[in-house]
Design a protein around this ligand. Structure first.
Ligand code: PGA
Length: 251
């Protein structure tokens, strides 16, 4: 049995007061009863330290939304994996579609980030997914295979024993259009098969989570698919009640 994973990607939202309150509310609503799963929140860099303090002894863990592809030095505006560990992060999102499509991150760049995160003991949550036009052209598997294989070729398959994969169809992120559960299952199965071609045991163990407009009222069928091991939640993770409900549905 794979341990379930629920991530809250807060993106560039909130402020110190609002986000600390959000954590407090999640705790009040009983999020700590879901000890059997990994629950991780991903605030903006500038609030990591504050949120870490507000988590106290909650089960909620801390992650960052991005990371540099270098360890240290003259890289103005970047944040290195060891800085993230230093403020208490255990996880880092890499290759989120907003990084790929708005900020032009390439598969090669993401592979470098992944390798560094792994070496610095941060657990990467590698996001993959097709755009709407790629899906319509029947290229979903091809796109995802390339996104995965470019990282595998650079880091080696062993590094996936310490990683999570998030399947996030770009057309479903923040749009309210959630993917059909059977389609999600097929893509997750495909992702597991890509990993299995290199290492069967890693493929069986790796968590593959779904993200894209998941809400309490549409998540039940998706998170109960055989190859879905949890979710990456954007909008609904900014509402304590919705996020706690999503944890309940996934546990
Ligand atoms: P959404 O975002 O839940 O708002 O669609 C998901 C994500 O971007 O990780």
């Amino acid at each position: 049995m794979r341990k379930k994973f629920m991530g809250g990607n807060w993106k560039m939202n909130g402020n110190k007061q609002v986000l600390v309150k959000l954590v407090e509310k999640m705790c009040e609503l009983g999020i700590d009863q879901y000890k059997e799963m990994d629950i991780v929140v991903f605030p903006s860099f500038v609030y990591l330290d504050e949120i870490k303090k507000s988590l106290k002894d909650s089960v909620i863990k801390l992650g960052a939304q991005n990371q540099a592809d270098q360890l240290q030095g003259a890289f103005t505006g970047e944040v290195s994996p060891n800085m993230l560990s230093d403020v208490g992060c255990e996880y880092v999102l890499l290759g989120h579609s907003e990084r790929r499509h708005i900020y032009g991150e390439t598969n090669e760049m993401i592979a470098r980030k992944f390798k560094l995160a792994n070496e610095q003991n941060l657990l990467p949550v590698l996001c993959v997914g097709e755009t709407e036009s790629e899906r319509l052209q029947g290229q979903t598997e091809q796109v995802i295979a390339k996104q995965l294989e470019s990282v595998i070729a650079y880091t080696g398959i062993e590094s996936f024993s310490k990683a999570v994969i998030a399947y996030e169809p770009v057309w479903a992120i923040g749009t309210g259009r959630v993917a059909v559960p059977q389609d999600v299952q097929m893509v997750h199965q495909f992702i597991r098969a890509v990993i299995a071609k290199k290492d069967e045991s890693i493929a069986q163990k790796i968590r593959i989570i779904y993200g894209g407009s998941l809400k309490p009222d549409n998540a039940a069928e998706i998170v109960s698919q055989a190859d879905v091991d949890g979710g990456l939640i954007g909008g609904a993770s900014l509402k304590a009640q919705d996020f706690v409900m999503l944890c309940q549905l996934s546990c």
